[in-house]
Design a protein around this ligand. Structure first.
Ligand code: SN0
Length: 320
């Protein structure tokens, strides 16, 4: 495996889930695979789960890990091509990427959408530069449009907790005070459409995901109808794609506050499990009562981030 960005990069999902179960059962069975191999993981943005789970996954495989925080640990990097570099950015990605590539065997990159240029961001110009210029396999640790390690962990979690062969999975928008990326819901939609689940998206007008991610998913504008019969509720906030990167009203506005997942919302479901990628704003996205309930699986979901990362890194090591 040379890159991990889209669901297509993982290939057959049943095979990937089988491999995930094996990795989870015997995480140290491939310790020799990573011997004397190095992964560099690069963060343009904050992280807790991604940073720790990727390091842990690499350590389980016997690798060495180097973490680089752009801006605080390194020079500030210029990411635009063809610019006159007279700002505070000292070094261009065009040099930094091949240099980083020369120090390691695998690269992971986190680089959120900045909501400046929708077309450039939806073309994934930053992670594509890493793919093009590093000479190494590249893992997206959340790029402008996708968060595949999260979506793979979500799929593993659904597989573990499902009670019926083809569960109903609902992605619901929920309110938040800040403008957040579309990467998590985009990837979740992409993976759920490829998986054997009955998938519904519910969100207010103006918050539809980009057409390529909505296409093939069932959209139900009425949140209550969407929740009916659900086996999994996956809550997430995202900013508008149409009015790119905007939030379309105050999060305390009752029109949006009513989207917060509370006990009444969960009562509409088929005793659904509650999921969220974390970090989560309590009593904004979800009430304390729901996230602290026995139906909340956010912690095992986060634990599965090690498993998804390990399958991806293992496959990359196997194809070096
Ligand atoms: C990121 C997002 O894409 O929504 C990372 C999720 C894995 N979330 C945030 O940036 C949350 C920030 C906040 O202020 O709550």
């Amino acid at each position: 495996m040379k890159r991990f960005l889209t669901v297509g990069d993982i290939g057959d999902l049943d095979a990937a889930l089988k491999e995930a179960a094996e990795v989870k059962k015997t995480p140290f069975a491939w310790q020799n695979l990573g011997h004397n191999k190095t992964i560099i993981i690069i963060f343009f943005n904050s992280s807790l789960r991604t940073r720790l789970s990727t390091q842990k996954a690499a350590m389980n495989l016997g690798m060495n890990t180097i973490v680089l925080n752009i801006g605080s640990d390194s020079w500030k990097l210029e990411t635009e091509m063809g610019v006159v570099m007279d700002s505070d950015k000292t070094e261009h990605l065009r040099e930094a990427i091949p240099v980083i590539g020369s120090y390691c065997d695998i690269i992971g990159v986190r680089s959120f959408a900045k909501f400046e240029d929708r077309d450039a961001e939806y073309k994934e110009t930053i992670i594509n530069q890493f793919i093009q210029y590093s000479g190494r396999p590249v893992i997206s640790l959340e790029s402008a449009t996708r968060h595949p390690c999260q979506a793979f962990a979500d799929l593993i979690t659904i597989e573990e907790y499902k009670k019926v062969k083809r569960p109903k999975v609902v992605l619901t928008w929920a309110p938040h005070p800040r403008a957040l990326p579309q990467a998590v819901p985009n990837s979740f939609a992409e993976w759920m459409k490829a998986a054997d689940v009955d998938f519904t998206i519910t969100c207010p007008e103006g918050y539809d995901l980009a057409p390529e991610f909505m296409q093939g998913a069932h959209l139900e504008r009425d949140q209550k109808k969407a929740f009916e019969g659900a086996d999994f509720i996956y809550a997430k906030n995202w900013s508008s794609y149409e009015q790119y990167g905007q939030i379309l009203g105050d999060c305390h506005d009752p029109r949006f506050m009513k989207w917060t997942v509370d006990a009444e919302h969960m009562s509409w479901t088929n005793d659904a499990k509650f999921m969220h990628c974390l970090p989560v704003r309590r009593n904004m996205i979800v009430t304390d009562e729901v996230i602290d309930s026995a139906n909340s699986i956010v912690i095992p979901e986060a634990a599965n981030r090690v498993v998804s990362a390990q399958v991806v890194i293992k496959r990359m090591l196997e194809s070096l």
